[in-house]
Design a protein around this ligand. Structure first.
Ligand SMILES: [Zn+2]
Length: 301
């Protein structure tokens, strides 16, 4: 009974409860509608207004402590975690299919941010998620989490300016051996700059190896070293992880608990289950994704 009430209070909706150790089937992205009218809306001084309203909260290492009750372990939230890769002009879809499929244009990203603003969809982060689970923050009626994988240079040059302009919240998953070593990726100075602008920096492993293929020792290395390196570079606690190459195993799930609070997968879905918080699902954003493909998540016609 308590669980039902807790879920009801948190989501404002009635959800099925996770039972008998079974995953529920994830919903697909759904009907494709047309909701691009929002593209011409101009919100003057929006960034300044939001900047005034938001206090830049800096977590301490003590804030990374996470203790939850048995009841809260059973919470389920409905929050779409959107997954972006390259933020760039959409390349041809004939030369490199993967390059094409993982791209999203900065203009479309801006349209999405305006859509969230127009529809009172609050952008959350993993620190927010932790606060909600701990009962320190209420789950908004409509919310979303924006995640950017791999920390390509275009995250800094193309995504960051758009996100900053609109006072957006977002999460970047960093491959810790790339910055300062590979020019295709943004560097540590740039990471520190976005961390100072209230964006969250989390681990996407050391080397982007497929974790299900690694030995226990190497899994530990990827989990531990990436966290340590990022924390040293940005001076902030790292509590979230994202599995590289879409793969993980039971060994990984057993080990990750000692280092992180959350991990995002590439499973399709929007139900965030606290007792499966190391297998958080996502919604893949592809080059043609429009606001109309997403609006059903928040009950928007
Ligand atoms: Zn990746």
């Amino acid at each position: 009974m308590f669980i039902c009430c807790a879920i009801y209070i948190l989501t404002g909706k009635n959800h099925d409860i996770y039972k008998n150790n079974q995953w529920e089937n994830f919903e697909n992205v759904g009907d494709f509608g047309d909701f691009d009218k929002i593209e011409n809306i101009i919100i003057p001084n929006q960034a300044e207004e939001i900047a005034e309203l938001s206090e830049i909260w800096k977590p301490t290492f003590q804030d990374a402590n996470f203790v939850i009750s048995e009841q809260n372990e059973n919470m389920i939230f409905e929050v779409p975690i959107l997954m972006f890769h390259y933020i760039q002009d959409i390349p041809s879809n004939t030369t490199d299919q993967l390059w094409y499929k993982l791209s999203y244009s900065p203009q479309k990203l801006e349209t999405l941010l305006l859509f969230f603003k127009e529809n009172d969809i609050e952008m959350l982060t993993f620190w927010d998620l932790k606060s909600i689970i701990e009962g320190k923050k209420e789950l908004p009626d409509k919310s979303v989490i924006l995640t950017f994988d791999d920390w390509h240079l275009d995250h800094y040059t193309n995504a960051f300016p758009v996100l900053k302009k609109h006072g957006a919240k977002a999460v970047f998953f960093i491959i810790s051996n790339k910055p300062d070593n590979d020019p295709k990726f943004a560097n540590w100075d740039q990471i520190r700059e976005i961390a100072e602008n209230w964006f969250e920096i989390w681990s996407h492993s050391v080397s982007h190896s497929s974790m299900s293929a690694l030995s226990r020792q190497n899994v530990l290395y990827e989990l531990e070293e990436s966290k340590k390196k990022i924390q040293e570079e940005i001076g902030l606690p790292v509590i979230s992880f994202c599995y590289p190459s879409w793969k993980y195993s039971n060994t990984v799930l057993n080990l990750i608990k000692d280092y992180y609070i959350f991990a995002r997968t590439t499973h399709n879905g929007t139900k965030l289950k606290v007792n499966r918080r190391f297998e958080l699902p996502t919604i893949r954003i592809n080059p043609t994704t429009k606001t109309g493909d997403l609006n059903h998540f928040w009950g928007i016609e």
